[in-house]
Ligand binder design. Sequence first.
Ligand code: MTE
Length: 336
Amino acid sequence: MLIKRISPSDCKESDVTDERIYLGRREIIKAMGFFGAGSLLASSAASAGILDIFGEQPQSNLFQQSALDYSPAGASAEELTPEAKITGHNNFYEFGVEKHQPAELAQSFKVNPWQLKISGEVENPYTLDYDDLHTTFSLEERIYRLRCVEAWSMVVPWIGFSLAELVKKAKPTSRAKYLAFETLYDPDQMPGQKSRRLGGGIDYPYIEGLRIDEAMNPLALMSVGLYGKTLPPQNGAPVRLVVPWKYGFKSIKSIVGIKFVERRPPTTWNILAPNEYGFYANVNPAVDHPRWSQASERRITSGGLFAQNRIPTLPFNGYGEQVAEMYRGMNLRKYY
Ligand code: MTE
């Protein structure tokens, strides 16, 4: 099932300018994607409906259709960020604070077996193991902009399932107001958790949170793959959150726990520097980071070092139509 909501601010596969990448990827996926070693189990993928995404069935036409009514909000047509850049320029402090370190230090990270535990204020607590992550909910491809608080951005073709589906299955009680997410804590595998220098002074495990209505928003995605393959470890394998209207630090990686709670949970970057990183962290060009402007961003594209790729930042990262309503009446300067 593909995301049904088509709006001008969504990036869709056929909207991206680099057709060579798009077509090439389809070929790669056909040749090996979900059938090769280290990728999603073919049977899991088929039962989850993921193969439809790349077939010639009506669902794949959704991309074609959306191109007809596509007029990007405030930006020209967008190019997918090349896979090598998405997987080679990472923030994953458990594997070091330099952008190149996660790709180097995470390669032997074990993602199977895995357990993601859903608990707290729910009628139906449950645990998803590695295979469940790929078979329990229907998988979709969603091309989203990812805007880091550091003022760089990418366009990423994620594979994943709707967080709302995971929430519904848990049957939250009336006391469940927030979701608290937690990354794996395993210093033997994650060198940044052993060394404060390598791990950027964070008290691990990395934790994040969403309000329950944010978690139910159709754009909130639990990602298990990108570019048609399972997630590389440096991008948060085997499962990470993607909330495209918020700064990237909300999109917590390698998640082992989601707890439904009554009160707003503490979050890693807010604990570390509360005046710089809020709980909400909605992308907002009008509210600068205390140390730099958020009015524009450097889009990471296929271009080289000197590519002219500075673009204006859009409110809610261009997804306002789908999410602004959730914050109506809130002072977004106070709740940054
Ligand atoms: N999750 C964990 N567990 N640890 C991290 O250091 N970094 C965050 C977020 N999720 C981070 C994390 C930040 S700051 C960003 S911008 C995104 O992951 C980067 O995701 P990417 O490396 O896939 O581009």
